[in-house]
Design a protein around this ligand. Sequence first.
Ligand SMILES: [Fe+2]
Length: 369
Amino acid sequence: MEKHNAASDLRLTVRELSNVYEELSLLYKLSGLFSTLNVNEICENLVNEAINTVGVKTAAVLFLNEETQALYTKAHRGDWDEDRIVDGGIEVIADVLENSKPIAFCKLENVEHQDSLHGLQSVLLCPLAGKGKTLGLMILADKSSENEFYSNDVKLLKVITTQAAMAIENAFLYQEIEDLLLGTIKSFVKALETTTQWTAGHTERVTMYAQGIAAEMGLDEKKMERLRICSLLHDIGKIAVPRDILNKKGQLDREEWKEIKKHPALGVTILSGLKSFDDILDGIKYHHEYWDGTKGLFGLKGEDIPLMARILAVADAFDAMTSDRPYRSRKKIGETLNEIVGLADRQFDPTVVEAFQKWINRQHPAFLL
Ligand SMILES: [Fe+2]
């Protein structure tokens, strides 16, 4: 009898310990999975992790719109139908959100809202609880191995969603700060453009051309966003160039050009306090380099010049040539394009020029006039 008790005690202890071990190794794994500041990536990882850890066929992350209090799907996998589950199971979901506690339904035929959850065997709902508020919830449906969810499933899902909610809140905060920062810098750029005579709208147009080139080249969403920020900031250094030079009517002399040419380095100095902007700072610094290594400001050549800078070089030159300057009037688009094509392999990266040509040709004929 005593022997039996010892064995079952040991079995229980081992089971308990293995649960704790599972929880701890999950926590360790999650710290890597959620160490990104991209909310979409966090949610994709959350769905995949929940599916693998709990062993279900369907999972979805729903966010709560703070203004309308409506839920919307942020990420999902498996047989997910937002209309069926969210609209139909609204009371069940409201319960989870209100009490911020997980709920599991194993035999849905006994559930009051079974019509709305029709077709599902079992459902586990868990809030995405942030520090001060509920961000949304996670729904898991249909266990792969059996019909029931056990307390350990609920516990594991809670661990996963708690870590994810923390990561999501951090990402939101980061985004807010980045938006604030970019908004401030953009208003400086606008102020610069309106107080100098020949740069009005330059930044916005260069950003548009650069995005066009990047899309033609198939850059991913993340790189496109970094390039967008870099384009918005590429001439920020001109803030530190004397106004009388920027506003000079007539050709600039050698000394004045020397001052203007300082703007990429000045831009880097101005923004050097921004951590995690290294790639953007490189884009700014090298946007006046020459592909063949001649005449550049820093002597970089070919693919040693960061891609962002090579794209900006084409976008920047195109806008400068097609805009009026105090000392010359603008060139026509066709003529400018020919000139840029002629400079491929010398001043510009030929692949970038090719992408720009393709992008221009896709534009409305009115643009080409
Ligand atoms: Fe520039």
